[in-house]
Design a protein around this ligand. Sequence first.
Ligand SMILES: Cc1cc2nc3c(=O)[nH]c(=O)nc-3n(C[C@H](O)[C@H](O)[C@H](O)COP(=O)(O)OP(=O)(O)OC[C@H]3O[C@@H](n4cnc5c(N)ncnc54)[C@H](O)[C@@H]3O)c2cc1C
Length: 468
Amino acid sequence: MAAQPDFKLALPPDFEGQVLKVGDHGYDDARLIFNMRWHESQPALIAQPANVADVQVLMRYASAHDIPVAVRGGGHGIDGTSMPHNQLVIDMCPFKEIVVDPTSRTVRTGAGVLLSELDAACQQHSMVVPSGTVSSTGIAGLTLGGGIGYNMRRYGATVDSLLACDVVTVDGRLVRASKSENSDLFWALCGGGGNFGIVTAFEYRLHPLDNIVGQAFLLYDLDEAKAMLLDLCTFMKTARRELSVIVILAPIPPMPTISPEHYGVAKMAVHAVFTGDLDQFDGVINEITALRKPSQVVKGQAPWVEVNRMLDNLAPFGRRSHLRGGYMDPAVDGVIDIITAGALRAPPSNHPAPSTIQNIWFFGGAISEDFEEDSVAFSRDGAVCMWECFAQWDTADDDANFQGWIDTIADELGPKLRANGYINLTTDRGQEWLRGAFGSSEKYARLLAAKAKWDPKNLLRFNKNLVI
Ligand SMILES: Cc1cc2nc3c(=O)[nH]c(=O)nc-3n(C[C@H](O)[C@H](O)[C@H](O)COP(=O)(O)OP(=O)(O)OC[C@H]3O[C@@H](n4cnc5c(N)ncnc54)[C@H](O)[C@@H]3O)c2cc1C
């Protein structure tokens, strides 16, 4: 049980940043996070450091008084762990620095940077850090869990491009973590979540990416989902790494590019993003449509920064939400039947954005083949696809309805999912689940050893928490 912080103790006078308490101007804006299910949560104090020295001041203070600390990056964490009730929050939003070095092909970012901001800065040099698909996500929380998105088949997970971190330790020291400095800490930060220290800056390897890319939405009726998903499984095994496919099962929203008779009907959309030579784009999409003819094709070319925020429409900020996910293989008997039956049972919603979504992300390519499972804490072993079920709604009265929809599908799928998984794209499933999530008992033991060394008092406990 978290000790209650005693905020009668004053923060040290050398803290230069901003401190917000209930009733202060700016407090309610600062405590706003993605998932409105945690909106009632009122942290005792939100500290916004002005600089790295401030983070050190805060951690020395917290450590001296045994005060647990929560950390906010982009505020996207599904469990609301960045804004816990009655606790001390260190809000890293002010850390917005981005320095791109095209010569060394590296970028250094502050811990408050969002995916859209990083994408925009890197694309000025036709480069990219492989990251995620919703632009308001924080680079910090995403990286610390692993990071998957449209470039994972071409360049790997975000942590596969992570070179170093600046970290304030729980006792207030500033250390660097990389493969050659504090390598145990670095390994653990590459997928073990926010358990080990407060990262103030990340350094990544950059990869070339043209500014204009191709994308297509191919629409299928749900009764074709099984055959098409199985065809895609075979196809993606040898597909080009520049091709990314996320299959989306959801009721079709009103969109100018989609015929009105499809609106509100649960369908399957194959969302293909192609970042290779655009002369080959039509050919690549034709290969997919040749597998099975879609009822509608919407395709075109657009700037990468726009394509990589296309799914923002499916996840607007400011609604209640729930999320479960896991690694799976569509070829395993019964998996597709559970998913498609679940899509048909989705609770109705009047919201203009689709509110009940299942995504199937195809792995393969770099993320699956170029990096050893043990090279980072993030686990990818055996992942053919990542299944993700996500819902959004607006009132507490609907919590049980939407949450129940997701949990029922997830529980039916449970025995067919792999034990390892991606900790960021699911709500916390507890210690037993976490023990398996990193892929092996050796990796889990390595994480526990890092936790024991870098945060022995578990001050950083508002996360997918490694309990020693
Ligand atoms: C709508 C939606 C879309 C998503 N899409 C993707 C996607 O495409 N790809 C993907 O990989 N993931 C995706 N995610 C998952 C996302 O990566 C995680 O939710 C991630 O934790 C968000 O990071 P954040 O900084 O925005 O969140 P926050 O809620 O601010 O942080 C989450 C946790 O990260 C830790 N943390 C944050 N900053 C620091 C820091 N500086 N130092 C130490 N610990 C820190 C803390 O433990 C904190 O509780 C998505 C999530 C949502 C809700």
